[in-house]
Design a protein around this ligand. Structure first.
Ligand SMILES: Cc1cc2nc3c(=O)[nH]c(=O)nc-3n(C[C@H](O)[C@H](O)[C@H](O)COP(=O)(O)OP(=O)(O)OC[C@H]3O[C@@H](n4cnc5c(N)ncnc54)[C@H](O)[C@@H]3O)c2cc1C
Length: 421
C-alpha cells in the first residue's frame, strides 16, 4: 500500500481533472488549482473536436514536411499557418518539430508509443463518464475519415503506420459511403471507418461533469493561478499561487499550453508550444453527417455535439498572447457548408458560434508524462497536442501511479520529459 500524500494538481482541463480522480482513487488527498472553471472556455478541453480516436497515433510532423514550410508562412488561412511576427520565437520548436518527423523510423517510434497511450481510451472514458453519471456523453460507435479519392489514402504514410501498430478499419467505396452519409458532398469518393474509436458529445460538459464528480468525492478546488513551486531541497512544500501558498507533498503540472513557465521555474525549460486551433459550431443544423468524420482535404473534424454541429481543426503557430484570427474559423465554416451542400448558405450569425484555443504541443507529438528533474514530488502531465482529450484517460492513471511510486502500466520512456533536456 503506497503512502497517502496531499497532491496539488495545477490545471483543471481534461488531464488535470482525470488525474485528480485517479489520484483520489489511489488514496491521496487532492487539491485542484485553476483560475477558470474546470473544462471552461479557457481550456483546450472545452472546444476540441471531441474525437476519442485511439488510432490518432501519427505525430503532426512527417518526412518531407519541411517542403511545405514556405506555404505555411505565405498562407495565413492554410490548414497550418505560421505568423511571421512569431517566427523567431517559434523557430527552435519548429526545427525540433521538423527533425522529429525527418524519418519514417522516428514517426513509427512515436506511433507505437502513442498506441500504448491511446489503445483502449474510448472504453476508459466511457467508464469515467459512467462513474460521473454522464454515460451518454461518450459514444463508442466508430468514426469515419473521408477522402476525395482512394489515391489520397493509399499514398499516406500515416495509414501504413497505423496498420503496423495494429489499428484496423473498414474501407468504403463511393456507394457505400453514400449509403452511410447521404448528405456528404459527392466529391468525397472514398472512406475509412475506424470502429474502435469513439467520440464525446460535449467535451466541455464532460470535463465539467468529471470535475463535479471529483469535488463530490472529496477533491478540493482552489480558484487561483499557480505562479511557481516551493521546494525545500528536493522536497516539495507548496504550490505558489497569486492568492497565497497551497501547502502540499506533491504537485502535478497539468496546465496545458501554459505549463512551460511552471516547469522552467523548477529548472526544466521544455519546448512546449501552442498549436492554436479553432472551431465553428452551427446550432440546429438543417443537414450534416449521420456519424462523425474527418475530411482529409480540409484537415478538420466534423462532430455532432449536444450544442450543435461542430467543425474543428487547423493549426496556427502564433504564441499564447496574440488575438485570434477569426478568418480561420470562417474557413472552417465554409468547408463545412461545402461538405454538406444541404446546409443553407445564409445561416443567421446568431446560430453560428466560434471558439479558439491552445493545443499544448511538444515538437515530437508525444506528451510529457514523468517526474521533474528537481524532485520526484513533481509530476508533469501536459503536451498532449492533438490528442489530449482521448489521451487524458490513461494519462490520469499514469499520473496516479507515479504519485504512488508504482511501476507505470505502460512504458514511459517515450514520454520522459528529459528527452528534450
Ligand atoms: C481545435 C481543436 C481540436 C481538437 N480536437 C481534439 C480531439 O478531437 N480529440 C482530442 O483528443 N484532442 C483534441 N484536441 C486537443 C485537446 O483539446 C488538448 O490536447 C487537451 O484538451 C489538453 O488538455 P489539458 O488538460 O492538458 O489542457 P487544457 O484543457 O488547456 O487545460 C489547462 C487548464 O490549466 C489551467 N491553467 C493554465 N495556467 C494555469 C496556472 N498557472 N495555474 C492554474 N491553472 C492554470 C487553464 O485555466 C486550463 O483550465 C483539440 C484541440 C483543439 C484546439
Amino acid at each position: 500500500m503506497s503512502q497517502s500524500r496531499h497532491v496539488a494538481i495545477i490545471g483543471a482541463g481534461a488531464v488535470g481533472v482525470i488525474s485528480a480522480i485517479e489520484a483520489l482513487r489511489e488514496g491521496h488527498r487532492v487539491t485542484l488549482i485553476d483560475p477558470g472553471d474546470p473544462g471552461g472556455e479557457q481550456a483546450a478541453s472545452y472546444g476540441n473536436a471531441g474525437w476519442l480516436s485511439s488510432h490518432s497515433v501519427i505525430p503532426p510532423a512527417e518526412p518531407g514536411v519541411w517542403k511545405k514550410v514556405p506555404f505555411y508562412l505565405m498562407d495565413p488561412l492554410g490548414p497550418l499557418a505560421i505568423r511571421w511576427s512569431y517566427l523567431p520565437k517559434a523557430l527552435p520548436w519548429l526545427i525540433r518539430y521538423l527533425l522529429s518527423g525527418w524519418t519514417e523510423a522516428r514517426v513509427e517510434k512515436t506511433a507505437f508509443a502513442l498506441r500504448d497511450l491511446l489503445k483502449d481510451a474510448p472504453l476508459l472514458h466511457r467508464k469515467l463518464a459512467e462513474e460521473a453519471g454522464v454515460p451518454e456523453l461518450i459514444e463508442r460507435n466508430g468514426v469515419m475519415h473521408v477522402f476525395p479519392s482512394r489515391g489520397n489514402f493509399d499514398g499516406d504514410l500515416g495509414w501504413r503506420l497505423r496498420k503496423r501498430v495494429g489499428v484496423k478499419w473498414l474501407e468504403l467505396d463511393a456507394n457505400e459511403m453514400r449509403q452511410r452519409e447521404p448528405d456528404l458532398h459527392p466529391r468525397y469518393t472514398f472512406g475509412v471507418v475506424v470502429e474502435e474509436a469513439g467520440r464525446c458529445r460535449d467535451p466541455g460538459a464532460y470535463v465539467a461533469a468529471l470535475a463535479n464528480h471529483a469535488l463530490a468525492s472529496g477533491v478540493n478546488l482552489v480558484r487561483a493561478k499557480a505562479t511557481g513551486l516551493k521546494l525545500n531541497g528536493n522536497k516539495l512544500v507548496a504550490v505558489l499561487t497569486e492568492t497565497g501558498e497551497v501547502p502540499c507533498d506533491a504537485a502535478v503540472i497539468a496546465a496545458g499550453a501554459r505549463s512551460k513557465q511552471l516547469t522552467a521555474s523548477v529548472g526544466d525549460p521544455l519546448p512546449l508550444e501552442t498549436e492554436r486551433g479553432y472551431h465553428v459550431m452551427i446550432e440546429n443544423p438543417e443537414s450534416g453527417p449521420r456519424g462523425s468524420m474527418m475530411a482529409s482535404d480540409a484537415k478538420m473534424v466534423v462532430n455532432w455535439t449536444d450544442k450543435g454541429l461542430r467543425a474543428a481543426g487547423t493549426v496556427e503557430i502564433a504564441g499564447l498572447e496574440v488575438e485570434p484570427n477569426w478568418k480561420r474559423a470562417e474557413i472552417l465554416r465554409d468547408h463545412l457548408l461545402s461538405m454538406f451542400p444541404k446546409l443553407p448558405k445564409d445561416i443567421p450569425a446568431s446560430r453560428i458560434k466560434t471558439w479558439f484555443g491552445h493545443r499544448p504541443s511538444m515538437p515530437d507529438g508525444r506528451p510529457c508524462i514523468g517526474y521533474a528533474r528537481a524532485s520526484r514530488d513533481i509530476v508533469y502531465a501536459f503536451g498532449h497536442g492533438h490528442i489530449g482529450l482521448v489521451g487524458s484517460a490513461r494519462t490520469g492513471r499514469l499520473v496516479a501511479q507515479l504519485l504512488s511510486g508504482k511501476t507505470p502500466e505502460i512504458p514511459l520512456a517515450p514520454f520522459a520529459p528529459d528527452r528534450f533536456l
